[in-house]
Design a protein. Structure first.
Length: 264
């Protein structure tokens, strides 16, 4: 492991490239501890501050995680997500044993809290209106990968299991359908990126300057009334959202170059 002082690339970026390559190659497995900063500084022949900048960069990318008093560990490589509404309510409307084996969900809170602006807008109520929220944290192995919340109108769920701090052995939407006697018929997803809140950064164990991908998911019944508004935040550098779908063929009688369909 060497640094070329004559290269145009800054030393900490040269070191980051080498450490990144070793992580992707599997030299350090997810959860494995890296050598200490003084040890890496000696190996590369640089100052400890240079190695610290390297560690900070790889933490922002989501490859490393630092546990105070324990050291710096490999967080893992990019996590592929298929979590838009099609994936959630696909042909297999049921509990996915494979996902349950890979991910552990911890229910953190069930309470009435003021609705944030985007949730309130989806329900058609004023921001700050008290709504019931179920908050959770999802982990894989020892790494947290998602902070989420599901919001409901209190009158809709009053007297049901949804307002109790119960953990269900099936997807939440199935519990809601049975308790409310309303079927999830359609959904809308909006994905955006932003910096995490302080709580999100702490729960996801990321730096405050690491962007997160944020999902706002609105589920409607057959009369197009919102049943549930769900939020989820994932570490952006570690998450890729994927959707697979068929592309319909051309319809007979339509021109090949319909107006307004060009991209560029």
């Amino acid at each position: 492991m060497t640094v070329n002082p004559g290269a145009a690339e800054f030393p900490h970026r040269q070191i980051a490239a080498q450490l990144r390559a070793r992580i992707h190659r599997g030299d350090w497995a997810p959860g494995e501890r890296l050598p200490s900063i003084p040890m890496l500084a000696t190996q590369f022949g640089v100052a400890k501050q240079t190695v610290q900048r390297t560690i900070d960069q790889l933490r922002i990318e989501g490859l490393l995680i630092t546990r105070p008093g324990s050291g710096t560990f490999v967080r893992g490589t990019k996590r592929r997500m298929n979590r838009l509404s099609r994936g959630r309510y696909g042909s297999e409307r049921g509990y996915h044993a494979e996902l349950a084996a890979r991910y552990r969900q911890h229910l953190m809170l069930v309470a009435q809290l003021p609705a944030p602006a985007d949730v309130a807008e989806a329900f058609g109520v004023d921001p700050g209106t008290p709504l019931l929220v179920r908050r959770h944290l999802v982990s894989t192995g020892e790494s947290p990968v998602e902070v989420g919340a599901s919001w409901f109108k209190p009158n809709d769920v009053r007297g049901t299991s949804i307002e109790r701090p119960d953990v269900f052995g099936r997807p939440l939407y199935q519990e809601v359908e049975d308790e409310l006697r309303r079927r999830y018929a359609s959904a809308k997803d909006q994905v955006s990126a932003r910096l995490p809140s302080r709580e999100e950064a702490e729960l996801l164990q990321i730096r405050p300057d690491t962007p997160v991908l944020v999902l706002l998911h609105v589920a409607y019944d057959e009369e197009h009334r919102p049943i549930e508004v769900a939020q989820a935040a994932w570490p952006g550098p570690m998450t890729s959202l994927t959707e697979e779908y068929r592309i319909p063929g051309p319809r007979p009688g339509l021109p090949d170059d319909e107006p307004g369909m060009a991209l560029g």
